[in-house]
Design a binder for this molecule. Sequence first.
Ligand SMILES: NC(=O)c1ccc[n+]([C@@H]2O[C@H](COP(=O)([O-])OP(=O)(O)OC[C@H]3O[C@@H](n4cnc5c(N)ncnc54)[C@H](OP(=O)(O)O)[C@@H]3O)[C@@H](O)[C@H]2O)c1
Length: 258
Amino acid sequence: MGEFNGKVVLITGASSGIGAETALHFAAEGAGLALVGRDEGRLEKSAKDCMVKGLAKDKVLTIKADMCVEDDVKRIVESTITHFGRLDVLVNNAGGSIPCFLTSEDLMKNYDRIVKLNVRSVIQLTNLATTHLIASKGSVVNVSSVCGKRVMAGMLLPYNISKAAVDQFTRCAALELASKGVRVNAVNPGTIMTPIKLKYGKSEEEVRERASKTHPMGRAGESNEVAPAIKFLASNVASFITGETLSIDGGRHVGCAR
Ligand SMILES: NC(=O)c1ccc[n+]([C@@H]2O[C@H](COP(=O)([O-])OP(=O)(O)OC[C@H]3O[C@@H](n4cnc5c(N)ncnc54)[C@H](OP(=O)(O)O)[C@@H]3O)[C@@H](O)[C@H]2O)c1
């Protein structure tokens, strides 16, 4: 029996990349899982992969939902509580980016879309989950980015701002909930090889080549280097850690250009 046996973990963006890998890591520890995404096919694949790890069918709930639709976000918490009766860990992982410059004509449209997905939905879901997390003395792990701490100049302007907001939200929520027994932390990955990196025309080789130059450890990271850190922050091993924003970026946040 794993540490999370009998506990319930809700993961947004569980149909792909870091979220799907995180689901596998919690499944291996016996957690009940509520997996959220828009793509039903990929969400079901994530659920099946968790069952291959030994999780019973009734311990995996898939919820098709768009994080940018308020009623969908409400339904995520309602469905989780109806199915499992409790919530112990919330992993706010769903997110995205749109390449956009300060000079872009569609800057404000893209800013609104990114902030709605990366920030507003995170705050709304956490708001709705908080009473259940207080009841279970649970925890929250937000998936931020190195861009929350350091600026990737140019095209990621709305994304940089959104992830800085996620970091500050992590600290705000951690302070507010500390006395109620709920811990709130974040992970800040550098380049991690997931489908998000290939959305804007770059090949895997190009992404890896660039990451090898921008990350002091000389390479990109993998989802299975982020998921264990998320599980760690949610676990009892991290029982005195709250308000932390943990870099998982091969040292990228440490340096500066010269
Ligand atoms: N990969 C990196 O280099 C990197 C670096 C730093 C931070 N991050 C962060 O890590 C998180 C996960 O990204 P990833 O790299 O794993 O990318 P990914 O493989 O593209 O996964 C993104 C996930 O977010 C979900 N999602 C996106 N928009 C959604 C919406 N409107 N409603 C519901 N779900 C939505 C997607 O699900 P559907 O497609 O099924 O809707 C998918 O499961 C993001 O917050 C990202 O900003 C990634």
